[in-house]
Structures are given as C-alpha cells and as structure tokens.
Design a protein around this ligand. Structure first.
Ligand code: HSE
Length: 393
C-alpha cells in the first residue's frame, strides 16, 4: 500500500477537514462538464436548485447545453471554497483529477467520482487517506454505469462469502462485438461507440481491456474485501478479433464477449480480462449494445445477476447523482478495505483454436498468461485462440 504524501498529511490539511465551515456547508463543486459532468449538472440543476456552488472546466467560454453561465477555470479554487462540501470529479484520468481529489480529501470533503482509472490504481490508499481526514470517497459510477453494483457489494452483500465476481464490464467493446455480429466492421462500430459517448477519450483503454481490468480490480476489492489494484490483472483486448472468430462461435451456439472475472480457485484468486466464447443462454451472453452484466456468485446468495446500461452520459450521471445524495445525507460510504493486498493469478479456461484453413478445434484449459506468451503458438496455420468460458462446477 502506498504511503500518504507528506504535504497532504499535514496537520493543517487534516484540521481544515473538521472546520465548522466545512461541516456545515452543503454546496457542491462540479469538476468537469463533459459527457458525464453535463449529465450530472442537468439532473442536479433540475432536482436540487441552489446545490451546485460552482462548475470548473478547462474552457469556460465553450458553449454547453446546460442552464449555467458562470463556469470557472480554477478547479483548485472551487475545491477550496468553504461553501463546497461535496466535490464531484468528472474529469477522469490520473493527472489533474487525481490532484484535485487528493486536495478535496485533504480538506475532509465528500468526494464523488466516476474515475475508475484512479480508484483501480490508487483506491485502497485513497480510502485510507479519506478515513484519516474524515472525508468520504464514493465511486458507484466507476463500475457498470447505472448498475448499482458498488453499493450492493459494499453494503447489501457485506456479509456474503463471494466465490466469483465479474462479467461484461465494458460497454464500448460489447457494443463493437454486438455490431460485428450484425455484420458491422470493427472500425465503424468503434466510431459509432465514440459518437454515442460510450468510449473513453482514448478508446484504446476500452479495446485493449484496460477499462475492464480497472473495473474488475474495483469489484474484486469489494467482493473479496481486500485492497486490490488493476496492475496485477492479466488482460487481453478485442483489437485482434475478426468477424471469422465471431462466426466460428455462432456456428457452435457461442457468443464472443470481453469477460472480466475474478473467482476463488482453491486458496487463490484467479482473475483476468479476455475475449471469451460464452454459451448463448449464459447470463454473460445477454449483454446487448453498451450494456454490462455483472454476476456475483456467493456461497449463501447463489448467483445474483445485475445488468443494464453500462456506459453513456445519462447512465453514468444517474450513479454519480445517487452518490451525491448519499453524501449529502452521509449514508452508505464505500468501506475501506484492509489486510494484505489481494493476490491474483491468471484466469484459466479451455480454448477454441481456429486454424487458417477453416478448421476449429477445442483445446485444453490454459492460463491467460500462457496464452499471451505463446500468441498463436507462433504458428502461421493458427488464426486465433480464444478462451471458452466455463462456470466453476
Ligand atoms: N468507456 C466505458 C465503457 C464507459 O465503454 O464501458 C463506462 O465506464
């Protein structure tokens, strides 16, 4: 676990956290007003007039379709405003957004963010930092868009012994695979996903599996109640998937999905992100367009399937606003995890091998790491090797 930056642990920063001005304030500072931020602003301006104290954006003069005309370019000033108690970060990424969140936590404010990159790489220590300053950190919108899975794992399922968590966690890649099933080309489907506001600003994060790995790390931390970060997860994306791979699956009653799953395997946790064939009647196969499907398999609760809008401004804004309301009422914090960091090993699954001459054969179970290392086994006659999902017996 990372140590706290000295400057942010100073007694000044922590004492300002509990100043009466901050504790009494009810105002909200919105950082960023893009696809998600503008959705949040629109909803809150309609439902809670007077709540938004300021909106900080990179270019205050850009025209935006929301009823607000006093944009500021000084996000740090807005975070520091004593009238702001809840800071909503909708900038994304690990640069400025991270600095602003650190500052807000240092000042003991309630932070709401959709920033999966940050939570998946630094969430455990940020939660520990927040616990020290009296701040709170909520990130329902970081996983599954509108699907309330973060809160479900943190509270409703807090007593469950989770055996497996995951499924289809990236809307953009699901949209692309779905469109390719219907005959679209990969690049046109990706362009459409970008136009509809599903993709990340750099869509390589979607198609290379980074976004899904971030979300899986967050879910695994919550499900197994241990600090978890995404760098330890094996990951393959969909950039190499061809229509022939999709057709080979369809001919066998299988749909191709980008799966992100973590599950108990003996004493270990097996986890990873990979394109995989899934039987057509499996819950993971049901995600359509930009939908996500998250399945929690628990010893007591059995399989619970959560599905719905996994990407897009409105869906994500819905989850952000729910966190804002929880922060205002000081309800349902995401619990901070402690203990040893979660150790994962690579996911294993049997594979479907498609040869260049059109033959398709089922291969033995192999780990994602081994698959990554061997590629197509260096053989020209092998067109693709794709795992076939099998539920634990
Ligand atoms: N780019 C992400 C996705 C947005 O496609 O799932 C929601 O996190």
């Amino acid at each position: 676990m990372q140590t706290l930056p000295r400057v942010l642990c100073s007694s000044d920063a922590i004492s300002s956290a509990t100043s009466p001005a901050t504790t009494r304030a009810q105002g909200l500072g919105l950082l960023g007003c893009g696809t998600v931020g503008s959705g949040v602003a629109r909803r809150l301006l309609a439902s809670h007039p007077g709540l938004i104290r300021g909106i900080a954006v990179r270019d205050p003069h850009k025209s935006r379709d929301i009823a607000w005309d006093d944009f500021s370019s000084d996000a740090f000033d807005l975070v520091d405003d004593p009238a702001v108690r809840v800071v909503v970060e909708c900038i994304g990424g690990l640069g400025l957004a991270r600095e602003l969140i650190l500052r807000a936590i240092a000042r003991g404010k309630d932070v709401v963010t959709a920033n999966k990159d940050l939570i998946a790489t630094e969430g455990p220590w940020l939660a520990a930092f927040a616990a020290r300053t009296g701040a709170s950190l909520r990130y329902e919108a970081a996983v599954g868009g509108a699907i309330p899975i973060v809160r479900a794992l943190g509270s409703s399922l807090a007593g469950e012994h989770v055996l497996e968590i995951g499924g289809v966690l990236n809307g953009t890649t699901n949209f692309i695979l779905d469109a390719m099933e219907s005959g679209a080309r990969y690049d046109e489907a990706l362009e459409e996903a970008q136009r509809l506001g599903f993709a990340e600003s750099d869509p390589r994060s979607d198609v290379d599996g980074h976004d899904a790995a971030h979300k899986l790390a967050i879910l695994a931390g919550l499900a197994f109640r241990r600090p978890s970060v995404s760098r330890s997860l094996g990951r393959r994306g969909i950039a190499d998937i061809s229509s022939a791979d999709i057709e080979a699956g369809a001919a066998r009653g299988l749909r191709l999905k980008l799966l992100a799953v973590a599950r108990r395997a003996g004493d270990a946790i097996e986890a990873g992100v990979t394109p995989a064939y899934v039987p057509e009647d499996h819950p993971f196969a049901r995600a359509r367009g930009a939908e996500n499907v998250v399945r929690v398999l628990g010893r007591g609760c059995g399989p619970l399937v959560f599905s719905g809008a996994g990407a897009g401004g409105d869906a994500t804004a819905s989850a952000v606003v729910a966190d804002v309301l929880a922060a205002l009422e000081s309800r349902e914090r995401v619990p901070a995890h402690d203990g040893e960091d979660l150790v994962v090993r690579s996911l294993r699954a049997p594979v479907l091998v498609r040869f260049a001459d059109g033959r398709v054969v089922m291969g033995d179970a192999i780990s994602l790491d081994a698959l990554e290392a061997s590629g197509a086994g260096g053989r020209r006659d092998v067109a693709s090797i794709i795992p076939v999902w099998s539920d634990a017996a």
